[in-house]
Design a binder for this molecule. Sequence first.
Ligand SMILES: Cc1ncc(C[n+]2csc(CCOP(=O)(O)OP(=O)(O)O)c2C)c(N)n1
Length: 366
Amino acid sequence: MGSSDSDDLFEVIGPDGSADPALDPGLPQGTLLAMLRAMRRIRAIDARMMMLQRQGRVSFYGECRGQEATPVAFAFATELTDWIFPALREGAIMLVRGFGLDSYLAQVYGNDLDELRGRQMPSHYASRSVAQVSWSSCIGTQVPHAVGAAWAAKLRGDRTVTVGFMGDGATSEADFHVAMNFAAVYRAPCVLCCQNNHWSISVPSDRQTASSTFAKKAVAYGMPGIRVNGNDVLALFRVASEAVERARSGGGPTFIEAFTYRMGAHSSSDDPSRYRDQRDVDEWARRDPVAVFERYLTAKGLWDAERGAALGAELDAEVLEAVRRVESHGPPAVLTMFDDVYAERPWHLEEQRQQIQNEDQRGEDG
Ligand SMILES: Cc1ncc(C[n+]2csc(CCOP(=O)(O)OP(=O)(O)O)c2C)c(N)n1
């Protein structure tokens, strides 16, 4: 599968929904249906959040529409003790790994339900409870973080694997090259995955690199580079599982290029019709990862239009109800800004904290 120096694209599901039995990972029915549900849940959340952003109720949003297969495949291919270092479009991995929907959406609003206490930008999800680290928005910085954490796990002798994600644009950052080199030299137990969604805001991927593929960059660093159809959740699951297993068993890092397409805008702040051809978008819509997987499940007799409509209605209702609950929360209390910053609060911050507390008290009394 996916030789380390070729331009091959590894795929499992064909255009008609059939799968080569030799390549099909043969997952149980329950797992297949759970994967589909997870992909469609992310899509339902994205649709609702983009709508709320347009209504001015959410300040910023980065949707992953068209790229749902990668986060879902990795969520299923990793163990809960493996640490995830996402970029903008993989934050929902923690949701698939069991993080509550209300708490997840609270991280979009940054309100008093948000365990990050409203200190992160929206779409920068994180929780220690599901071993997921927030990215910083500075492109590529999470890649060396993922490698460093993997190296730490190796030094400690535990079996943790880390997964670091990036877009194609991040491969032009120095951080990417430093991380790739370090990972390979120290055989860090990590998987680095580049979602090549063809665009880095308005810069097309063919202006990002002169290499014929992103996967082949791995060869020069001395690690396997696998190019996989990023719209084929089963191909991704296989490639991700093998890479995670290789890392866990001491075989070192793997670089994966997930070949996909960003169906939506870069973020809620961008209008892609200004720089890309709608015909390309229409062409990629025919390879929609949810539709591809539904065709596979239909061919296996596990899915039909009726079940699809019922799932859509159920997920829309779930998200809407969660939004109602989350929106009933106000901003984090002012005093929380002093928490979780210093192990021992310095005297000048303690003084300021006390001052605010006294003012609050006077306001309540008066
Ligand atoms: C170091 C740095 N340079 C530039 C930016 C501005 N910026 C924000 S997102 C983005 C594009 C990222 O593209 P890519 O890495 O391909 O990921 P995608 O958003 O397509 O998933 C850029 C250039 C930034 N945030 N950080």
